[in-house]
Each structure stands twice: as structure tokens, then as C-alpha cells.
Design a protein around this ligand. Structure first.
Ligand SMILES: [Zn+2]
Length: 476
């Protein structure tokens, strides 16, 4: 790409190691996946060129929302002043972002809140929040002159990378542990033309071999530690605030898996605060599934007064060796971005907690009754909010936004099993033995089998209406 393009980006941003004891800094166009000096995570540090009044940022972004230019129409590139790219960078976009912020009255009542809003990142082009990061990472791959982009993934990341690589006409390789990828997500990757490589061994084996492959200069690794993905994903903070007419919500609640999303949101809010675009921060709260909750365990042990200042060592987080949850998108025992994520939670005064499989499944069905379809991991948010309201750690009058990360159709088997009462989760007995137990969801809605007559249908409809009335208090 043009030398000027790279030079302008280099003046605007650099890649920095997040380890306070190291703090090494690297040029924006170096092809790095972690700090060469200490192995720590990298993050992009921006240097805004000139002093701009906060009102000006907002006015630019508002005006672009009405423009048909692809750069303005994208819900990521509209906020390009806070991205580490030159204005004329050749962007790879599918019109990502621009996702709806829904009022969810039923979910609000379920949680004990006066109002609740759902920011549905599952409405992105490939059905998950990953697209907002992938548009930035694949744009960087093109700038670096890569011919092939690769990732090891069992889910949404693979589908998203496959789509953006196709858009950029780059070769895309996806390494998956054989037989362990959901059919919906595999279907997406195949249709977008990715080379899908089913490997022997587990996810860790796939990660090891993909790191070796990406030592080749023509191959760019777009795994979860790629700092450019975080940059794209952080723009959801600006989009969300714009949709709230720049009134900062009291709480923003996100699911926690590999922690890239919460790290990105935290970075987004903190940068907007530093720029003066907002004058206070929402409390950022992360909700994990009980069987895959290493950060919630660590958070429960923290002395909040001292840990806000002292950096945590790498082994402070004890990985969950065999993570268990039906919410596969957050079935992660050793989250890569936990330090960035925890830093954001502590800086904003939020918290980290975990919820049970039953709570996730019921919350998902309640979200559905608001006409909003999400994948199971997304529903940890509403389940977590319900708990926090009950514990008076969120007040009924406060403004709360839950971030939904994936679309309902990413995991239709889960939904059908829930409503047919066939959804089972592992249960550990007191004697240490393990068995599968039905979740017995509270809001099941299985299909009925009827004779093909008008009378049978009308009779069933009136019966269903009566049942809904009797069920009302549970939901309303
Ligand atoms: Zn370092």
C-alpha cells in the first residue's frame, strides 16, 4: 500500500506492551502477535493529532451516520478518528456495526429493573460481534501485504474471518479440531470459501501449529490476541453512546469468554472519556458461565481497594482446566485477554460474576419474548443483571445496557432442546460422580400436535391464551 498511508498511521498510533514492567513500544506496521521482549499482550496506543472540542467529535460522527459513503456507513469506520489507520486506508468492510439498541420491557421486569436496553451485536453481517473487530484486522492484513489470513477457532471468529477474507480476496485458512465445530458456523465458513482444515488433536494443538505456520511473512494470524481486532470492536462504545444520545448509562453488562469483547468495550469507553467526548464512565460488568468462570473466581478474591493500583501477576488467574457450559461461545477456561478486561472493570467500578446453566437458559427465553433472538452466551448478561438487582448492586431505577454478542441462529439446537425440555447440563453430585440433568426451563414453548381442523386450532389458541394469562406473573 501507499507509503504515505502507513506513515500517517504510524504518526497516529503505536503498538505497546501492556505489562507495566516492560512497556515496550513498536511501530504500527510491525507484524507482531505479542511483545517480542516479554511475551506480553500488545495494545494500540493512540495519539490524537490536534485538540478537538468534544462536540466536534460527536457532530462528525452524527453527520456520517446519514452518509452513503461505505466508510461513513460502516458502524466501525465512521469512528475512524479513534482507529489506528490513515484516513485513506483501503478498508475491508461489510457495513458492520449499526446494530440495534432495543428496549426490552419483559427482560427488564424479569430482572427487576424499570427499564433495560439490549445492544444486539448479533445483528452484524455474519451474526456475531466478531465482525466489528475483523474489519480492522483484515484491513491491517491487506496493509501488511499478507496473501493468506489464518485463525484457529471453533466458532464465530472463523465465520467472520472467512467472510472478510473473501471480501478482500485473500486466501483464508481455518484450523479446527476435527468434528468440534457447530454446523451453522461450519456452513458459514465453507460458503465464504475458506480452506477449512480439520486437524487431529484438540484446540491447543491447532493453536500451536498455526503459530508455526504464521512465521511465514505472507501469512497473517488473526487470532484473539490480535490488537487490531480490539480496535475495531471498541467502536461499539461510541455507537452505543450515540444511540443513548450521549447520555452515559449507569451500567454496561457483557458476557465473558476469551475477554476480548469486554477489553474492547472498556478501552472504547476509557478513550472517549479521556478525549472528553463523555464526562463519566459506565460501570463495566462481566458475566461468565459457572462452569467456565476463572475471572469471576479471581474477582471474588480481590481486595478491591488495593488491586486497583497493583498490577496482577500472570499466574493470578487460575485457569479452569475442563470448562463446562452449554454456552459454547464462552466455554473458555484460560481467557487470553483477562488482564485488559479486568483493568477495565476496575477502572470503571464494575464487577465480575457467574451464573448457572439454568439461569442462562431461562434468561435467553425471556429475551426471546421481547422479540430478540440471541445465542446462549449473550443471555448471561440478563441472568447476571437479575442477580445484581436482587443483591441491590444494581438499583431498579438505574440505566442498564446488556450487550448481546451472537444471533439466535448460531445455535438453533440449543433453542429447540430448551423448548422441548431436552436440554441437559452436567451435574456434579456430592460423592464426586457426574451425571446429565435436564434443565427444566421455566419458559418452555414446545410445538403442539393437532388434527388438521379449524375447531382444533381455535380450541388450541384459546387454551394457549388462557395458559399465557396464568403464566403472566412469571414473565410480567
Ligand atoms: Zn513486553
Amino acid at each position: 500500500m501507499g507509503e504515505g498511508t502507513t506513515k500517517i498511521a504510524a504518526e497516529r498510533a503505536s503498538q505497546c506492551c501492556i505489562e507495566p514492567a516492560c512497556g515496550a513500544s513498536y511501530a504500527i506496521d510491525e507484524r507482531l502477535y505479542s511483545c517480542p521482549r516479554c511475551g506480553g499482550l500488545l495494545e494500540i496506543v493512540l495519539r490524537p493529532g490536534s485538540q478537538v472540542a468534544p462536540q466536534a467529535w460527536r457532530a462528525w460522527w452524527e453527520a456520517r451516520a446519514a452518509s452513503c459513503d461505505p466508510r461513513d456507513a460502516s458502524g466501525v469506520w465512521r469512528y475512524r478518528e479513534v482507529l489506528p489507520f490513515a484516513d485513506d486506508a483501503p478498508i475491508v468492510t461489510l457495513g458492520e456495526g449499526n446494530t440495534p439498541l432495543y428496549d426490552a420491557p419483559r427482560s427488564a421486569r424479569y430482572c427487576g429493573l424499570r427499564a433495560l436496553q439490549l445492544k444486539h451485536q448479533g445483528c452484524n453481517p455474519t451474526g456475531s460481534f466478531k465482525d466489528t473487530g475483523m474489519t480492522a484486522a483484515v484491513t491491517q492484513a491487506v496493509l501488511l501485504g499478507a496473501r493468506t489470513v489464518v485463525c484457529a477457532s471453533t466458532g464465530n471468529t472463523a465465520a467472520s474471518l472467512a467472510a472478510y477474507a473473501a471480501r478482500a480476496q485473500l486466501q483464508c485458512a481455518i484450523l479446527v479440531p476435527g468434528g468440534q465445530i457447530s454446523s451453522a458456523k461450519l456452513a458459514q465458513s465453507m460458503d465464504y470459501g475458506a480452506v477449512v482444515l480439520e486437524m487431529e488433536g484438540n484446540f491447543d494443538d491447532a493453536m500451536r501449529v498455526i503459530r508455526e505456520v504464521s512465521e511465514d511473512d505472507s501469512i497473517y494470524l488473526v487470532n484473539s490476541i490480535n490488537p487490531f481486532r480490539i480496535e475495531g470492536q471498541k467502536t461499539v462504545a461510541a455507537e452505543l453512546l450515540r444511540q443513548c444520545t450521549w447520555r452515559v448509562p449507569d451500567h454496561v453488562v457483557v458476557p465473558g469468554g476469551n475477554m476480548g469483547n469486554s477489553a474492547a468495550l472498556g478501552k472504547g469507553f476509557l478513550e472517549l472519556f479521556e478525549l472528553g467526548v463523555i464526562n463519566r464512565l459506565p460501570k463495566l460488568t462481566i458475566v461468565q458461565a459457572e462452569g467456565a468462570a476463572p475471572l469471576a473466581h479471581l474477582f471474588a478474591k480481590l481486595d478491591l481497594k488495593s488491586s486497583a493500583h497493583a498490577p496482577l501477576s500472570n499466574d493470578a488467574l487460575v485457569p479452569v482446566e475442563h470448562p463446562e457450559t452449554l454456552a459454547t461461545a464462552i466455554k473458555i477456561g484460560s481467557p487470553v485477554s483477562w488482564k485488559k478486561s479486568l483493568r477495565a472493570v476496575l477502572a470503571t467500578g464494575g464487577q465480575v460474576l457467574s451464573v448457572s446453566e439454568r439461569e442462562i437458559a431461562d434468561a435467553k427465553a425471556v429475551i426471546g419474548r421481547d422479540g430478540v433472538g440471541c445465542e446462549p452466551a449473550s443471555a448471561t448478561t440478563v441472568a447476571g443483571i437479575k442477580r445484581l438487582v436482587a443483591a441491590r448492586r444494581i438499583e431498579a431505577e438505574e440505566s442498564v445496557v446488556a450487550v448481546l454478542t451472537g444471533h439466535l441462529l448460531k445455535d438453533p439446537d440449543y433453542v429447540i432442546h430448551y423448548h422441548r425440555n431436552m436440554l441437559c447440563a452436567p451435574h456434579h453430585s456430592a460423592d464426586g460422580s457426574q451425571q446429565e440433568r435436564s434443565l427444566n426451563g421455566a419458559f418452555r414453548n414446545p410445538p403442539a400436535r393437532l388434527q388438521a381442523t379449524k375447531a382444533a386450532i381455535l380450541d388450541h389458541l384459546s387454551h394457549a391464551a388462557e395458559e399465557a394469562k396464568a403464566d403472566g406473573p412469571k414473565l410480567d
